[in-house]
Ligand binder design. Structure first.
Ligand code: TEU
Ligand code: CA
Length: 554
């Protein structure tokens, strides 16, 4: 594997709308991000991924872009963006933006022109089909519910949207569209962006000619994934995009890739892969159900371990995964991966260490470093996210009561991660002086950055230590490149692995409330990190305390 500039870095995802509001309108903004760069630098972050801040009607909170060359006035100006790039550079930090090119917004100029002249140039930027009374072109169900087909306003045609109807899919089969995408990527890279996180990219290749599939719910529709399984040839688009854009700049690209086959890993993230890296979603998709969120199965510590190790084995030394505990589409990881009732600073640190020490590039989602938790939703009226609203309806349709449906979707709601960042115990968690666009998690008085920055034992301080270990010249090679080797794999509620490089490190997490004894194969050399106040040992036997995690040099 060729060494790359970004391998030894630590990445951090910012959801701009909820990070920091500089002007009191209740919406986070770019000047707000700039004012918090020192906070991120202090943590040890190098790469920052910004979720979309382009002009957008915000139907899907910015993942519906109406102008790829601008900044939404709610988030700031292009000058603010340029200032952010310059301020980041001063601190040796790198900025990634979100590349959302499976679809644009129905308010994008291209779509408006397609409506005006569906048979003209811009009609071919989308997937349009003639409207037939009483019959849709295919029976595919959009990710956010309902059919993927919608009437093209003012015409006798319909357009395809695999996400929301305000997110029409772009036609990647059309070389003119692809040119527009590459032009835009290069324009941003020329501005000094370090690269992109690439949204929903596996959806750009459709199985053509389009046809219907066996329905999988009572609505008579089928999952988009059924169609995607049949879509071959995405590599031609992705390889072309790499060659025309990222490669020339040595840019970093991380793909939102799902369901890749093991034999495809080198194509995606090998030495000349389509992307620099891709996210490991093996844990986040665990237990999901075709029926909907209400039917999902919770993940146990043993499942979590299995998922991580599976993903690690699949990639091996071929490439570099990007490891996450959560992102803006997921509930808070501590609420999901730590058994109910057991969330504590100790268990949160354990989860952090187990994830952070995996081979790959660690991504921290805003607030994760504080151990931010899921939100107690009092009613569905508090929910903003379109995906949650759809899943709530799906649950009701399946016969759940309103209360049951709310409880079911609350566990997975994307809004769990989207509440304002908890900066302090001041009003609105110090996020805004105005009214926050989304309710602040009421636990901000006990979980917030200001408190944790002053506390050497806080979750944040533990993250700082993990980051410092990754950067420590003595251990860096091993933490970044060392092979991962699971150990004691069959032990219940224990997740442990070696990282073997110039040094041998052993990471051991006691993934339960009760203690358990671990017999080391030999004496360790040094304790590099311990989330517990003590280390109780008897010879080579370690009496691990509940949720204790250790990083040992062997
Ligand atoms: O998500 C793509 C995705 O495939 C979905 O599985 C997403 O996880 C799902 O909506 C969860 O409910 C990306 C973005 O990360 C997401 O925020 C956007 O809504 C979506 O693309 C459309 O751009
Ligand atoms: Ca603002």
């Amino acid at each position: 594997m060729t060494k790359k500039w970004w391998h030894d870095k630590v990445a951090y995802q910012i959801y701009p709308k909820s990070f920091y509001d500089s002007n009191g309108d209740g919406i986070g903004d770019i000047p707000g991000i700039i004012s918090k760069l020192d906070y991120l630098q202090d943590l040890g972050v190098d790469i920052i991924w910004l979720s979309p801040c382009y002009p957008s009607p915000l139907a899907d909170e910015g993942y519906d872009i109406s102008d790829y060359y601008n900044i939404d006035p709610r988030f700031g100006t292009m000058e603010d963006m340029e200032r952010l790039l310059a301020e980041a550079k001063k601190r040796n930090m790198y900025i990634l933006m979100d590349l959302v090119v499976n679809h644009c917004s129905d308010e994008h100029e291209w779509f408006q022109k397609a409506c005006a002249d569906p048979d003209g140039k811009y009609g071919n930027f989308f997937y349009l089909r003639d409207k037939k009374e009483g019959r849709l072109p295919t029976n595919w169900r959009s990710y956010f519910g309902g059919p993927v087909w919608e009437d093209l306003p003012g015409t006798n045609k319909q357009y395809l949207h695999v996400f929301h109807k305000k997110q029409p899919d772009l036609n990647w089969e059309n070389p003119d569209l692809r040119e527009e995408v590459y032009k835009n990527i290069n324009w941003w890279l020329d501005k000094g962006l370090a690269g992109f996180r690439i949204d929903a990219i596996i959806n750009i290749k459709k199985a053509l000619p389009m046809h219907s599939y066996e329905p999988d719910r009572a609505d008579g529709l089928c999952s988009i994934k059924t169609m995607l399984k049949e879509a071959n040839g995405i590599g031609e688009f992705l390889g072309e995009m790499r060659d025309r854009t990222f490669k020339k700049y040595d840019a970093f690209s991380v793909g939102e890739v799902f369901d890749e086959k093991p034999e495809e890993v080198p194509d995606f993230i090998g030495d000349n892969g389509y992307f620099s890296s891709m996210f490991d979603f093996n844990e986040t998709i665990f237990g999901s159900s075709e029926k909907g969120w209400y039917d999902a199965k919770p993940i146990t510590p043993d499942d979590y371990k299995k998922c991580c190790f599976q993903a690690q084995a699949k990639v091996g030394a071929v490439g570099f995964l990007s490891n996450i505990i959560e992102n803006h589409d997921e509930p808070r990881g501590v609420s999901r991966y730590i058994p109910e009732g057991d969330c504590s600073p100790q268990s949160k640190k354990m989860l952090a260490a187990l994830n952070f020490m995996l081979r790959g590039l660690p991504f921290i989602y805003q607030g994760q470093e504080l151990g931010m938790e899921n939100v107690p939703f009092a009613s569905i009226a508090e929910v903003d996210d379109i995906s949650t609203l759809d899943e709530y309806q799906v649950a009701l349709d399946a016969g759940l009561s309103e209360q049951e449906a709310l409880a079911a979707v609350a566990k997975f709601s994307r809004d769990n991660a989207r509440t304002p960042m908890q900066w302090s115990d001041a009003a609105n968690a110090g996020f805004t002086t105005g009214t926050p666009w989304l309710k602040v998690n009421p636990n901000y008085t006990s979980i917030n950055a200001a408190d944790q920055q002053n506390d050497p034992d806080s979750v944040r301080s533990f993250y700082k230590k993990l980051i410092a270990l990754r950067k420590n010249p003595e251990y860096k090679e091993t933490v970044v490149y060392g092979a991962l080797e699971p150990v004691w794999e069959d032990r219940h509620n224990l997740m442990a692995y070696y990282r073997k490089g110039e040094k041998t490190l052993l990471v051991i997490g006691n993934y339960q409330k009760g203690g358990q004894d671990i017999e080391l194969p030999r004496a360790y050399k040094k304790v590099l990190l311990n989330n517990d106040a003590q280390l109780i040992q008897d010879g080579n036997t370690i009496k691990m305390q509940g949720y204790q995690v250790l990083i040992l040099e062997m």
